[in-house]
Design a protein around this ligand. Structure first.
Ligand code: SAM
Length: 235
């Protein structure tokens, strides 16, 4: 199954950016996903090509115009599920990324300035998604992050279907954070002259012990840095 992203943006050249590299880049070449970055400015209605205007009620900054956004949206034949990236939205989680990875098309609106005229969001039923509790200058980096989280969950992209389940927030990890990883060399001396060994349990080949140790580590790390995830698990 392939997924298509329509991206409504004032900066189409920001795509595919990092998604043209590595696993996502290979998946793009294979046709596992595709994108169509549409320049909102091409759909401006006046001869100055204005896409924004001052906010009614006063206040700082500019607001993206409803008519311009609607023209841009209507240029897309089948927009399917429509997403407006916004700090005000439902916060992106692994579960939401998984859900979105089942879609065959997503249309993503990237805001700039103070955001977008509310009326067009309501008239065209945009679903608002935030990538976290902080404010970016524009929706483009948020779109790239959302797309990355989705693309790596597509069949064949990671190679091993179990990988995502075993990662942080995955089903095999019980929705918790992942345990720590180690690789060769087994003994490593850091720049301060201190030698660090790999935990013994990982070296003895006893998979029951390894699994138990990893589960314990996963719970301890989660308790320390994200106790809210444990509350979700045990509530
Ligand atoms: N005035 C807005 C507010 O206070 O919520 C912030 C606007 S921000 C400067 C410009 C654009 O960046 C937004 O319209 C949105 O598309 C994008 N953006 C900023 N922070 C984001 C976040 N945390 N998640 C998703 N998109 C974000």
């Amino acid at each position: 199954m392939a997924i298509k992203f329509n991206i409504l943006t004032l900066f189409p050249d920001m795509f595919p950016s990092m998604l043209g590299q590595s696993l996502a880049g290979k998946a793009l070449e294979r046709g596992d996903w595709s994108y169509n970055a549409v320049n909102i400015r091409d759909y401006a209605t006046n001869h100055h090509k204005n896409v924004d205007d001052t906010p009614y009620g006063g206040g700082a900054g500019m607001v993206m115009r409803a008519d311009v956004i609607e023209h841009t949206l209507l240029s897309i034949k089948k927009p399917s599920r429509k997403i407006y990236l916004s700090p005000r939205g439902r916060v992106l989680t692994q579960n939401l990324a998984k859900e979105l990875s089942q879609e065959d098309c997503l249309t993503i609106l990237c805001g700039r300035y103070e955001g977008v005229d509310q009326r067009v969001l309501e008239a065209h039923e945009f679903e608002e998604i935030s990538i976290g509790d902080y404010v970016l200058s524009g929706g483009e980096p948020a779109a790239l992050i959302l797309m990355d989280a989705i693309i790596r969950l597509l069949p064949n992209v990671m190679g091993n279907a179990e990988t995502a389940d075993n990662e942080s927030f995955g089903s095999a990890t019980g929705g918790l954070l992942e345990y720590p990883h180690y690789t060769r060399p087994a003994q490593w001396m850091d720049a301060h002259g201190v030698t660090h060994k790999v935990p013994e349990v990982l070296m003895n080949g006893n998979h029951a012990h390894i699994d138990a140790w990893r589960k314990e580590q996963s719970e301890a790390i989660t308790k320390k840095v994200r106790p809210d995830l444990l509350e979700v698990k045990f509530s």
